[in-house]
Design a protein. Structure first.
Lengths: 88, 497
């Protein structure tokens, strides 16, 4: 994964079952870390494209990814953030 | 193996080591040291030396100052002082520098030992005995020898381009030296720095700086590598101001050097509960923006505010012409740039971003400034980096068409001239560490108050042309409150908190 790591933001919907979502993410080879308003998702490009049925090459960040039907009751949005870079 | 202007081999100033490890090949039916022999075709038996001959050679070597380390059917591994080799071969033991791939995938001169003389072969490290009666058909010296040298050098190279050095010039110009002399050096204050990684450059070792073992958040990456050099180099700014603080570097780069794990690294930094998180990175977007921050900006802004709420001072670079959410988050110490000219006068760096936040009421970027170079490349601070890393190579080449000059260093020497507001943020982190070291109960707002109240006002110049904010009397959008003054800020906290 050393050259293929991508971060996404997941925002909870009201009343989300967080355990169900985290289990779904694990099944799709995605890692998660708790944030104030949701989760920081990370994984390989292939795992993300497979999980969310998108081609990341076609997206211009910041961009919202489609929320899979299984996650819709729990997730308000999944966002690919703008890239960040060093300021030397 | 060619470097422009550098020969493959050159003489070394290093003396030979006191003991040299080598290999002695004992005579047999065939010899690899025979000029006609260029391969090892056929059975190896022909190269085996008879046992009685090996025993004779062993006894002779032991009687002339050689220590036998190991033995095979072909020869003996030995160790001896240079004089013993000279006596055996009739040649002279010398050292030579040969250009080759070394650590960190960089090409540099590596010290080899050779035996030279009229009857000696040209091959490096290979010798013949002076007498056929020794029953030895060849001598091979261990290679390469990397003794008597620390690479890269802990001492920065000289270059004709005007620049500042760490730690002394930075400490002097930010008025940190009086604080150091008063015993305030940020002792034990934990500073976390999410960035490209941290290479344990001999500069840090030589100065005795406290680097904790780096952490990496991108799976599959090495915690000890910094492919860019950005984190390693900019971190020297922290220690220039707070030489006794403790740095926890968090690598957020992939193997190509891209900053792909910045958010994860920031979250990891928060987990460690440091007093300060310094960040020399960010995004970019249109200015003025079309609307409000997007959802991902706000999600990250919430994390930043949460860190501040946990009593962590969060510092972000203002940007080098970039416009991004991080330095605008209320409560963040946003680091701008001031350039100190060769004559010692202060002017706003035209490399640094400066603007009134269109997103957060009452927020101006930057808050206060550190030392930053000028356009086109801000080649201003000589900073230690991994030899041959991206910055080492990039800064040693022209950046056409904007800058036909270079930083005057080589692309694999482990030093480069650069700065940016990436340098200002860790300078401010060092200043904050000095204040917190002196007054451990200081809150982030108190640290910011001390640094801004005592900063040196900068009244000339403009910030980056994208924003073109002018410097003037009092706080402004070019440098914020001006250039930090560590000694004055220390005095401020000691008198007010």
């Amino acid at each position: 994964m050393a050259n293929d790591y991508i971060e996404l933001f997941l925002k909870w919907a009201p009343g989300a079952n967080q355990a169900d979502v985290e289990s779904w993410l694990k099944q799709h080879q995605l890692s998660s870390a708790k944030m104030i308003e949701g989760l920081l998702l990370s994984g390989t490009k292939a795992a993300i494209e497979n999980a969310f049925s998108v081609s990341l090459d076609n997206l211009q960040p910041p961009a919202e990814l489609p929320v899979p039907s299984e996650l819709k009751p729990h997730v308000a949005s999944i966002t690919l953030p703008k890239p960040r870079s060093y300021y030397p | 193996m060619m470097q422009i202007g550098l020969p493959l081999e050159t003489w070394s100033d290093d003396p030979p080591p006191e003991k040299i490890v080598g290999y002695i090949s004992v005579e047999s039916a065939k010899s690899v040291f025979n000029d006609e022999e260029h391969s090892l075709e056929g059975p190896l038996d022909a190269y085996y030396a008879p046992k009685d001959l090996r025993d004779t050679v062993r006894r002779d070597l032991e009687g002339t100052g050689f220590e036998i380390l190991a033995e095979s059917q072909l020869g003996l591994s030995v160790s001896a002082p240079p004089q013993a080799y000279e006596e055996l071969t009739g040649g002279s033991v010398v050292t030579k520098e040969r250009l080759q791939y070394a650590e960190e995938n960089c090409i540099r001169y590596v010290t080899h030992v050779d035996i030279v003389g009229d009857k000696q072969p040209a091959a490096l490290g290979v010798a013949r005995t002076k007498s056929d009666s020794t029953k030895i058909d060849g001598v091979v010296l261990e290679k390469p020898r990397m003794f008597n040298a620390v690479f890269p050098s802990p001492v920065p190279p000289n270059t004709s381009k005007f620049h500042l050095r760490v730690p002394d010039d930075v400490a002097f110009l930010l008025h940190a030296k009086p604080a150091h002399q008063a015993g305030q050096r940020g002792k034990g204050v934990l500073v976390a720095m999410p960035d490209s990684g941290q290479y344990r450059h001999p500069f840090f070792t030589a100065h005795g700086y406290h680097l904790k073992t780096p952490i990496t958040v991108v799976p599959g990456t090495s915690r000890s590598k910094d492919p860019v050099g950005h984190g390693s180099g900019e971190s020297a700014n922290i220690f220039a101001v707070a030489p006794e603080c403790v740095l926890q570097a968090i690598r957020a780069s992939n193997d190509s050097g891209d900053l792909v794990g910045a958010v994860a690294a920031f979250l990891k930094a928060k987990e460690l509960n440091p007093r300060i998180i310094t960040n020399s990175w960010g995004g970019d977007g249109p200015f003025p923006p079309a609307g409000s921050p997007d959802a991902s900006d706000l999600a990250f802004a919430a994390e930043i505010k949460d860190a501040i709420a946990q009593n962590i001072l969060v510092i972000f670079s203002a940007g080098n012409g970039q416009f991004s959410v991080e330095p605008q988050v209320p409560g963040v110490l946003a680091a701008g740039g001031v350039f100190v000219t060769p004559s010692g006068s202060l002017t706003a760096s035209n490399y640094s971003s400066g603007y009134k936040s269109p997103w957060f009421d009452g927020v101006n970027v930057p808050t206060v400034s550190g030392l930053v170079g000028m356009l086109p490349r801000a080649q201003y601070l000589m900073l230690p980096i991994p030899p041959g890393c991206m910055i080492d190579k990039d800064e040693s080449h022209p950046d056409l068409p904007d800058d036909p000059t270079t930083d005057g260093t080589t692309g694999n020497d482990g030093w480069a001239l650069f700065s940016g507001t990436s340098a200002a943020a860790p300078q401010l982190a060092g200043a904050a560490a000095v204040l917190i070291g002196a007054k451990p109960n200081l809150t982030p707002p108190q640290v910011i108050q001390a640094l801004t109240a005592t900063a040196i006002d900068v009244v000339t110049g403009h910030c980056n042309p994208r924003f073109n904010s002018p410097a003037g009397v009092g706080p402004d959008l070019a440098t914020g409150a001006g250039l930090i003054n560590v000694a004055a800020a220390l005095n401020f906290v000691q008198n007010n908190f």
